[in-house]
Each structure stands twice: as structure tokens, then as C-alpha cells.
Design a protein around this ligand. Structure first.
Ligand code: PMP
Length: 369
């Protein structure tokens, strides 16, 4: 093999050998005579709103670097969210923004030991990769059977080495939100030198009235960071733009850790124009929320157990049958995401795709309970 002929050649850091590869959602399956749908990456199925596409097409000055501070976007967001522009740090997607947070606050400590980053599991599958690459150690706290964070267990897992806690609301892939009440109670128990990240990638899809709002939390607590993205509600996943919001106590360090020029000028401009046309974004999000609620109600009507679904996806606790179910979906030209022997996550897509998914569930004989 090439690694044998390269004896004495480069070796990655041990963590790179150990880490799983990020398994991106598979492309739609092709089945003769059936339109294919990709329901495996929690994407927005709708094409960009026309004003965004036009603004992108109008740009030409690509010989220049983008503004490293994304000033136009941060100014627009500050106005939109009613926060100081200084509190916002942009990144290449919220993943890029998360990597900046980890780079600033968690890694290998000066004593050579790894810092700890605690998060619920199962949650967003990029977390272990980001944490491992930062040099820190993942501490995973199992979600409850209905897919919720176990905040008491997370609080109990905090040690002297804990530097960051990742909360995901709604939790990808299981779906439930964290409530404002439980989150604030939790934050009060966490030492003030531990950074609490509230990952709200699906925030715009939330309709639960008791849900936490990361922006309210960050205003009150200097160790809290809210993490948001243009990938989901705004439908700009392909452009890679996200951001974190925190008080200057944290933001000063995030600016140092930020990847220079992480947000391209196209991505910045698209995000600004999307905010300017937020009424259209809201309309689209509402159509997806309506579809999510139709799918959830349909599944429950069939007797399926579905955890609270507040993102643009539903979670099926299919256990050992996960791969089989994903295979059956594939035969109907639907690509869905199976996570090991735990369950299957199905993104809300086009109406026809969602209906076809429900039709499959109606004939599937081993529903999750
Ligand atoms: N956080 C969560 C919870 C997610 O589900 C995702 C996307 N799947 C992200 C962050 C990253 O999204 P992006 O980098 O596109 O903003």
C-alpha cells in the first residue's frame, strides 16, 4: 500500500487517525420513473429567493479579498437582532463559527492534557470531529428516550477540565428544544469560566413558546454564546455563512481565533440581501413548519412514536431496523439518514417527498414506539 512505500513519511496527529469521517447526507437515489428527493441533510428544499440570486449574479470583483470582519453583514444582523455589531463574529457556516469558539476556548492545555467539551449524544455528528481536531476531549451525555438533553447529567459531568458545553436546540437529529426555564437554571449552575454554546441552527423553525432564545441568554450571561446560521431557514447552505453572538468578554478572543476571510463576499452579500427580504424567508419557513407538523401528525396518527419535532426534520427511533428503513426509502427514491442502530432522521422536503415518506410509513410494519 502507499503507506508502506512511504515508510518514514508524514503521519497525522493520532486524533486524525481515530476520528470518524463526517458522513454527509447521500445524494438522492435514482429510481426509474420516480422523482428523487434528498431528505438526508436538513437542507431547505426551496431554491434561493430571487433577490438573493440576483445579488450574487451582480457581483464581479472577485480579484479582491472579502471584508475580513463581514462589516456589512454584522451591521445588518445587529439591526435585525437588536444586538451590538461588536458582539457578532461570522464564520464559514455555523460550523466555522463553532470551530472558532473551540479554537479560542478548548484544546490541549498547557499541562499537555486535553480540555473537556461536554455535549448531549446523540446530537450533531460534527461535534466529535470539531472537538477532537481542536485537541479537546469529548464527554457525551446520553439524551433521554424522548430525545431531550439531560441537563442534570450534563451539569454533573462538569469537572475542573471542562471548558465548553455545547447545547443543541432543537437537537439535531432528535428534534426537541430546550426550554428557557431549564436552560437558564442550568446556566446558573455552570461555573462562570465554562463557555456555554447554544447551537440554534434551526431557530427559525421553532414554534414551541417555552423554547430558549440564545440571544436572551447571551445578554444576561457573559459565558454564553448563541450560534446561528444562514444554511437552514435562509436556504444558503451552499454558501457557508453563520455567526456567533456573545459579549465582548468572549468575542475579543473569538476575533483572534477567527479564520481570516472565512466568509466570502458572495456569501456575505447573499446573507445581507436575505435579511432584507426576511418576509419571504418567513413565508417559506412557515410552509416547511406546516409540512413538518403535517408529517409529525401523520406519523403519530399511524401510531408511531415521534419526539417533539421543532426543526426541519423528524426522528424515528427505529433502532436495529434503521438501515432497513433507509433502504426501503431508497427504493422509493428518497434519501434519508440512518444513524447506526439508533434511528433515522428524515428532513422535511417538498410536499411530494413528504407524502411519499408518509406513504412508506403507512405500510412499514415495525413502527418506533
Ligand atoms: N449545528 C447544527 C445543530 C446543525 O444541524 C448544522 C447543520 N447540519 C450545523 C450546526 C452546521 O450548519 P452550517 O455550518 O451549515 O451553518
Amino acid at each position: 500500500t502507499s503507506s508502506e512505500t512511504m515508510a518514514g513519511g508524514v503521519r497525522p496527529r493520532p486524533v486524525v487517525d481515530r476520528l470518524p469521517r463526517y458522513a454527509a447526507g447521500k445524494p438522492p437515489v435514482v429510481v426509474d420513473g420516480l422523482a428523487s428527493y434528498k431528505l438526508s441533510s436538513n437542507e431547505n428544499p426551496l431554491p434561493p429567493i430571487p433577490a438573493v440570486a440576483e445579488a450574487i449574479a451582480a457581483q464581479t470583483d472577485f480579484n479582491r479579498y472579502p471584508d475580513p470582519l463581514s462589516t456589512k453583514l454584522r451591521t445588518a444582523l445587529a439591526d435585525f437582532l437588536d444586538v451590538p455589531a461588536e458582539d457578532i463574529v461570522t464564520g464559514a457556516g455555523s460550523l466555522g463559527a463553532l470551530n472558532q469558539i473551540l479554537a479560542a476556548f478548548a484544546g490541549q492545555n498547557d499541562d499537555g492534557k486535553a480540555d473537556e467539551v461536554i455535549y448531549a449524544w446523540r446530537s450533531f455528528e460534527a461535534y466529535p470531529i470539531c472537538v477532537g481536531l481542536a485537541g479537546a476531549e469529548s464527554v457525551r451525555i446520553p439524551v433521554t428516550p424522548d430525545g431531550r438533553h439531560n441537563l442534570e447529567a450534563i451539569a454533573a459531568a462538569v469537572t475542573m477540565r471542562t471548558k465548553v458545553i455545547l447545547l443543541c436546540t432543537p437537537n439535531n437529529p432528535t428534534g426537541p428544544i430546550l426550554t428557557a426555564e431549564e436552560t437558564e437554571r442550568f446556566i446558573k449552575t455552570v461555573p462562570s469560566d465554562v463557555v456555554v454554546v447554544i447551537d440554534e441552527a434551526y431557530q427559525e423553525f421553532v414554534r414551541a413558546e417555552d423554547a430558549v432564545d440564545g440571544i436572551r441568554m447571551y445578554r444576561k450571561y457573559p459565558n454564553v454564546v448563541a450560534l446561528r446560521t444562514f444554511s437552514k431557514a435562509h436556504g444558503l447552505a451552499g454558501l457557508r455563512v453563520g455567526y456567533s453572538i456573545s459579549q465582548p468578554e468572549l468575542t475579543q478572543h473569538l476575533r483572534v481565533a477567527a479564520t481570516p476571510f472565512a466568509v466570502s463576499q458572495i456569501a456575505e452579500q447573499a446573507a445581507v440581501v436575505s435579511l432584507q427580504n426576511f418576509d419571504q424567508v418567513v413565508e417559506r419557513v412557515q410552509s416547511l413548519v406546516d409540512e413538518r407538523d403535517r408529517v409529525t401528525a401523520g406519523l403519530r396518527g399511524l401510531g408511531w412514536f415521534v419526539p417533539e419535532a421543532q426543526g426541519n426534520f423528524v426522528w424515528l427511533n427505529l433502532g436495529e431496523d434503521s438501515a432497513e428503513f433507509a433502504q426501503l426509502a431508497g427504493e422509493r427514491a428518497l434519501s434519508v439518514r440512518a444513524f447506526g442502530n439508533e434511528g433515522v432522521r428524515v428532513s422535511i422536503g417538498e410536499v411530494e417527498a413528504n407524502t411519499r415518506f408518509l406513504d412508506l410509513c403507512a405500510v412499514y410494519t415495525k413502527p418506533p414506539r
